[in-house]
Design a protein around this ligand. Structure first.
Ligand code: 2M8
Length: 423
């Protein structure tokens, strides 16, 4: 697609808006009908960014709905179960979080992109009371991360679902060490919606559910769960996303006349933590099992989030340029040269528009305009050719997973579309 195909662009813009409205459940958005029938944390914040392209009131409302589920300890859950829906497993009964937060929810969190998108909303719409009201809840959530998910300055996850990159190779070592004995019999729902070859395996799911059952048994009490925790993997994705979100929250705080000294300290800590995730064996930022100290040895799309975190790394830029020349539909969630690469299986190969947008925003912020623009154009081409799928085969562009997907539509409207102004 060239920038001249204005009719195509207008049609795609209209379709993307239609998808956001289709997935709107009245103040919050589901990722896609059927497969994911609830409000997911980071999907929803990307949705807010997309809504901001045509309806700022609706955008703010999306953020407010997410924070209406914040727990008293500051944690913002990865799923809010506003209304029961039997189409998704595991639902609220399996999580068993009653009494922990104001709404039925999961017991873990997800990548904290909220502050970055709230900053963008506020920059379009200064003076809104919502930004004032959201500052403290955002601060509390970041503080929770620094207290419960930070070791040596790097952010770790206690469940693969927390990272958002569910079956990425980063977790393989720690997952293999779990013996999922005693998991209650369950029926997966995801494979009723999407071909099993595009989803995590049965072995993955047994361990996902085993970890959920452990959290439920311990009442989702962070101190209790930290003791003898069976799964703790430091994640470059979470570390860079929180670092970028802290910078955005500090900018917002300064704009609102708030004290941001605490946030400045967190950024320093996270910068030191990011250095500990540099794996010289692959020349990239990498996931690290905190139980064994072992790196995953995986160059993933999360490795390229360094710029989003504000880390201007020339070594990663050289890698990125080489990758753009080799992968037809970048950015693959796992380097295609890795023997674990699987072009269709979820976070073990496919390209995700949301990750491209985060990488592109970081590149632009660090002054790498040519790379940012190249990634933006190629993401636009991918979506124009293959529509608003959940993810895409990085070698052929073929759509995979769920269709009419919220974050792909939102990324189009806010960033990839040649008419986007939100970047
Ligand atoms: C996927 O994760 C959920 C669990 O949270 C699932 O597979 O059931 C991931 O791609 C995650 O990043 C995303 O937020 C979620 C909804 O799109 O789906």
């Amino acid at each position: 697609m060239t920038e001249c195909d204005l009719n195509d662009v207008q049609a795609l813009d209209a379709r993307a808006r239609e998808i956001l409205l289709l997935n709107d459940r009245g103040g919050y958005t589901v990722p896609t009908d059927g497969l994911y029938p609830y409000q997911w944390n980071w999907d929803s914040m990307v949705a807010a960014w997309g809504f901001a392209a045509f309806d700022l009131d609706r955008a703010w409302q999306e953020v407010e709905r997410l924070f209406s589920g914040q727990w008293p300890n500051g944690m913002v859950p990865h799923i809010l179960f506003h209304r029961p829906d039997p189409g998704y497993f595991p639902g609220p009964d399996v999580w068993g979080t009653a009494g922990r937060g104001p709404l039925p929810s999961s017991g873990i969190t997800q990548p904290p992109v909220a502050a970055s998108f709230v900053r963008r909303l506020w920059e379009k719409d200064r003076g809104r009371p919502e930004a004032e009201a959201l500052f403290e809840p955002l601060l509390a959530w970041h503080r929770w991360f620094m207290e419960w998910r930070c070791e040596g300055g790097a952010i770790f996850v206690t469940h693969p679902w927390e990272a958002g990159r569910d079956n990425a190779p980063d977790w393989d070592g720690a997952m293999a060490a779990i013996e999922p004995a005693g998991v209650q019999p369950y029926t997966r729902r995801d494979t009723a919606h999407v071909d099993a070859s595009m989803r995590p395996t049965r072995a993955d799911y047994d361990r996902y559910i085993w970890l959920v059952e452990r959290g439920r048994r311990l009442g989702w009490d962070e101190a209790a769960m930290a003791e003898g925790a069976p799964f703790r993997v430091a994640d470059p994705g979470m570390t860079f996303i929180l670092m970028g979100a802290c910078r955005d929250l500090a900018a917002l705080g300064r704009g609102l006349g708030r004290d941001v000294a605490e946030i400045g300290e967190w950024i320093g800590t996270l910068e030191r933590g990011a250095e500990s995730l540099w794996n010289p064996a692959i020349g990239a930022y990498d996931g690290r099992d905190l139980g064994t100290g072992a790196f995953a040895g995986a160059l993933t799309n999360a490795s390229y989030l360094c710029w989003l975190g504000g880390v201007d790394d020339e070594r990663m830029l050289a890698k990125f340029d080489g990758m753009l020349g080799r992968v037809p539909y970048p950015v693959a969630s796992l380097d295609p040269a890795d023997p674990r690469f699987d072009a269709r299986r979820y976070w073990r190969g496919p390209t995700w528009a949301i990750m491209n947008a985060l990488i592109g925003l970081g590149l632009a912020e660090m002054g790498h305009a040519a790379q940012a623009q190249a990634l933006r154009r190629r993401t636009a081409q991918l979506i124009a050719e293959h529509a608003f799928a959940e993810y895409f085969d990085p070698l052929t562009g073929a759509p995979a997973g769920g269709g009419t997907f919220t974050w792909t539509a939102a990324v189009w409207l806010a960033w990839a579309s040649p008419r986007a102004r939100g970047a």
